[in-house]
Structures are given as C-alpha cells and as structure tokens.
Design a protein. Structure first.
Length: 117
C-alpha cells in the first residue's frame, strides 16, 4: 500500500482544489444584481433586433465531422509505424477500420453533411 500513498495524496489534493475552485467563488462573491447586468451581452451596447428563428447549427455539424474524420485519419500514422510488427493481423484490422470509416463517410455524404448551404 505504501507505493500508492503519493497517488492517494495527489488525488486528495486534486479533489480538494477542485472543490475549492468550484465552491468558494459562489460562497464568497458579492451579490449586487442590477438591470444592466441582466441585459443581454452585458457590453453596454443595446441589442438592435431580436433573434428570429432557430440558430443555424451547420457550422458546428461540419466542425464535428471534420474533427471525427481528422482524428480517425490521424490514427493511420501509428499503424504505419508499427506495420512491420503487426503483420497480417494489423493489415486486416486496418482494412476493417477503413471500411467502417468509408461507410460513415458515405453516409454523411449521402445525407448532405458536407454541403455548406
């Protein structure tokens, strides 16, 4: 149990710090609400118009798709480095991975996920 003592101490300190950083500001902060702080943006500029309709989430969808396919494509490098050691099993495993990635890519393409309207 002695080798785990530093890990336990670190965990206790980390949890105490997380609790302190989360709870103390709410307990110690001054509360002086006013109408100006309740306004949208809180920047002193009056809003020119109300937001009409739904907020378009197209940008976020394209960004998420980029991250997903980029991270998956980045996994090719470690595989290529270890290709000699992995032999046929590694090759078959990567073929399955590429097929699953291609199916997901084709699905998103068919649904129009890559079109910027």
């Amino acid at each position: 149990m002695a080798p785990y003592a530093p890990v336990g101490i670190f965990l206790i300190v980390a949890l105490a710090a997380a609790f302190a950083f989360t709870a103390l500001p709410g307990l110690l902060a001054r509360r002086k609400p006013n109408a100006q702080k309740a306004d949208p943006y809180e920047c002193g500029v009056e809003p020119t118009s109300a937001i009409a309709g739904r907020f378009p989430v197209r940008f976020y969808l394209v960004a998420m798709l980029f991250v997903v396919f980029d991270v998956e494509a980045a996994s090719f490098y470690p595989w290529a480095v270890q290709m000699h050691a992995l032999r046929l099993f590694g090759l078959l495993e990567m073929v399955v991975f590429i097929v699953v990635l291609a199916i997901g890519y084709a699905y998103v393409w068919k649904k129009g996920g890559f079109q910027w309207k």
